[in-house]
Structure formats: C-alpha cells, structure tokens
Write a protein that binds this ligand. Structure first.
Ligand SMILES: Cc1cc2nc3c(=O)[nH]c(=O)nc-3n(C[C@H](O)[C@H](O)[C@H](O)COP(=O)(O)OP(=O)(O)OC[C@H]3O[C@@H](n4cnc5c(N)ncnc54)[C@H](O)[C@@H]3O)c2cc1C
Length: 392
C-alpha cells in the first residue's frame, strides 16, 4: 500500500465500487458464451460520494477483487468477500472454473454474533498440541485419521462437520488446557485475548470451534499470463483460477500465487498495451430507479438466505439432493433480485447480493456437474475419486 500510494502514476479511489465490466454488450452487440474475442473496455464504477455510476475506460483492466467466502453463513473472510469480480466476469460471459473447490478452515471461534468474518483459530494451535474434542470431552479424530488432530485441513473439517451433524451440535471444542498456561499466552496472545474478551480463559476452558468457508480455489479462468478468456482483462489473487491449487489448496500458497501471477500479468500487459485504444463509444450507465427502506430489508434478508442455503446445502459434505435444493432456492432468489435490480438505483448492497447469488449458483452448478469426490469437493453420492472408480 505504501508503494502504491507513493507512486505518482497510480490514482487510488478509495471505496469506489465496481458494478460491471464493460464489453461489446454495452455497445448493443449480442455477446454469448460462444462469442469469440470478447473484449473489456473498462468498468462502471459506483462513486461512494455522489452515489452515481461513472464510466472508467481502460486499455487493460485487472480484476483483483478477492474471494467469495461471504456467500456462506460463516466465513473467515471479510464481509467484502462477495465474489464480485467472479460474478462480473461470469455475467460478461467470461469463463469461471473450479468453483466447487471451496476450502473450509476447520476451526474458527464459534460465535453466532461474529460470522462474517468469524475469528480464526490458527491451525498452529493444533500443531502446538491442541486436541479436538466434543463438548463432553470425548476425542473423535481417531475415527477419521491416524494423524488425529494433525490431519490435513479438509479431513479435519469433514470430521468436525460429521460430528456436529450426528450429535446435533453447533460446534466442537479445541482443548489446550493440558499445555503450560504461560506458554499458551505467549504463543497465542491474540487468541487468548479474544477468547478472554468473550469470557473464555483458554488455559482453563475448551475453545468452541466450528469450520467456516475460507478460500476459493476456483474463479476467473486465466492463462499463464494471468489473462482471462475476455481479452484485455486480467485476474490475479483469490478471484483468479490459475489451476495452481488443483482441487485442494495447501495453506499459504495463495500469497505465492498472487505474487507470481501479478508479475506475469504486469509484464504481459506492458508488452501489449500499445496495441489498444480507449473505446470512446461506450455509453454512460443508465440508472433511473429509486430504493426505498422497505426494499433494503428485502436485500438484507436475501443475503441471509444465501448464506443459509450455501452453508446448509453446499457445504463441506454435499449430496445430489442438497445441491438440487440449493439450486432451486438460489433460482428463486435470483429471479427476485434481478427483478428488483431492474427497478432500483444500483447500490453496493444490491450489487453485492446479485454477485453472491451468481457465485452461489456457480459453486452449486459446478458441484452438481462433478460426479466424483476430489480434493475439497466431497459428495456422499459419489464418494470416490473418478480415477479410483475407473480402476474398478
Ligand atoms: C483469516 C485468513 C487468514 C489467511 N492466511 C493466509 C496465509 O497465512 N497465507 C496465505 O497464503 N493466504 C492466507 N489467506 C488467504 C489470503 O489472505 C487471501 O487469499 C488473499 O489475501 C486474497 O488477496 P486478494 O488481493 O486476491 O484479495 P483481497 O485481499 O481480499 O482484496 C480484494 C480487494 O478488492 C476489493 N473489492 C472487492 N470487490 C470490489 C468491487 N466490486 N469494487 C471495488 N473493489 C472491490 C476489496 O474491498 C478488497 O480491497 C488467509 C485468508 C484469511 C481470510
């Protein structure tokens, strides 16, 4: 941020909100998923002061809007992680891939008042000797993996999910009470302070934990230059799907991926930018509606519903039945929200809701299409990896 702010070639427009990317569609040309050479000419951006949507033309555009954990009811991600870039590119008919591969962090602090973001209980705590238990003190990881609480993230998350479902629990517990209290306070000062602020002394009591949506491996499909299937549009960071994570991300690879692909995207765009001109024919955004307080309630309720649908039906363990149910619920929300969007002034709230529904739909549809369990996608209807089934 310091480097960006001190670079006089960069203008930072804080709190401006990208609503749509601009393509041939905005010139009145029909664009479908089969249209070759879709191009990005810039973006329509909501100005937070005037509440107007301005047109920003560009020779090259880079999407770096982050992940989409906020489409789930509980997430470690900030509330802005509504998958805006992914949804914008999908609506513009770009390719979005691997959306079924949602990584769930096994342990965030269970706190119904704090779910977006939920407070992360680092895995280092299990590395330190923390043991996963049911609230009654029973251990359960021996049923799932010989590495017990140190099993990989996806296995632990599935085990916790299963235990919560069979026992009807809202959370399980992480226990570090057997460790030296002073050491615990020294190694995990933030977790200690956070839990204490909620009345839990982790040196004496179990920490209530549950899994939460954490990272999206999929996203806007890009090539080795970081360029999407829409020309003049690049994507980097969590919103991009480079394929580097495969179907299951190793912790900390996201930042490496972001840096490597940001460099590729920068180098490639510098080599081609002079081939492009600003497109002067792009019309201004047409926005004539009004938004009443009553309609805002409809938006907040729908946001809640998306979170519930995704957490309950498209979570850690999936099934055909649950995925189909999610699909029909999201379809209804989609219809309602698109109708509302046509009538009202575009605000950040309604744009985020639209994007969440789009992203929820993409996760659900791509999960339905994958008829196997692979990496982070696990379904009880196809519990095996496709390669394993083929061997039989
Ligand atoms: C609690 C936690 C711990 C993590 N720990 C690690 C770790 O140890 N190692 C690791 O490698 N990864 C880790 N990750 C993952 C990693 O932090 C993220 O993948 C990464 O920060 C994403 O960076 P990004 O630049 O793609 O997106 P972000 O950092 O999320 O930035 C996206 C930006 O785009 C803006 N934006 C979004 N939509 C719009 C819009 N419509 N218009 C305008 N602006 C918009 C947002 O406001 C935000 O500023 C962790 C993630 C979490 C949540």
């Amino acid at each position: 941020m310091a480097a960006v702010c001190s670079n006089e070639n960069i203008t930072v427009l804080e709190n401006h909100y990208a609503v749509e990317i601009i393509t041939q569609h905005h010139l009145g040309i029909e664009v479908t998923r089969r249209t070759p050479d879709i191009e990005c000419y810039g973006a329509y951006i909501l100005n937070p002061v005037t509440q107007k949507i301005d047109t920003y033309l560009s020779k090259i555009t880079l999407m770096a809007t982050g992940g989409c954990g906020a489409v789930y009811g509980t997430t470690s991600n900030p509330s802005i992680a509504t998958g805006d870039g992914i949804a914008m590119v999908y609506r513009a008919k770009g390719t979005v891939a691997d959306m079924e591969f949602v990584q769930f962090h096994p342990t965030v602090l269970y706190n119904p008042k704090e779910t977006r973001p939920a407070f992360l209980i680092t895995e280092a705590m299990r590395g330190y000797g923390g043991v996963l238990r049911l609230p009654n003190g029973d251990e359960f990881m021996q049923k799932y993996d010989e590495r017990l609480s140190l099993a990989p993230r996806d296995i632990v998350a599935r085990a916790i999910d299963h235990e919560m479902k069979i026992h009807g629990l809202a959370h399980v517990c992480l226990d570090v009470t057997h460790k030296d209290a002073a050491e615990t306070r020294k190694h995990f000062p933030h977790i200690y302070a956070k839990c204490l602020s909620l009345g839990i002394d982790i040196t004496k009591e179990f920490i209530p934990v549950c899994p939460s949506a954490h990272y999206m491996c999929g996203g806007i499909k890009v090539d080795l230059n970081g360029e999407s299937t829409i020309k003049r549009l690049y994507a980097v960071g969590e919103c991009a799907c480079t394929g580097l994570h495969g179907g299951n991300r190793l912790a900390s690879n996201s930042l490496v991926e972001a840096v490597v692909y940001a460099k590729s995207a920068a180098e490639h765009s510098i080599s081609v930018i002079d081939n492009y001109k600003l497109n002067a024919n792009i019309p201004e955004w047409v926005d004539t509606g009004t938004l009443t307080y009553e309609e805002r309630v409809l938006i907040t309720q729908s946001v809640k519903e998306v979170g519930e649908v995704m957490s309950n039906y498209v979570g850690i363990v999936r099934s055909n039945l649950r995925l189909k149910r999610a699909w029909s619920r999201l379809d209804l929300l989609y219809e309602e929200t698109e109708n509302l969007f046509k009538q009202v002034k575009a605000t950040k709230d309604i744009c985020e809701l639209r994007n969440m529904i789009n992203v929820g739909y993409l996760i659900t549809r791509q999960a339905i299409e994958r008829k196997e369990s692979r990496g982070l996608h696990y379904t009880i209807d196809y519990p095996k990896h496709a390669n394993d089934s083929q061997k039989e």
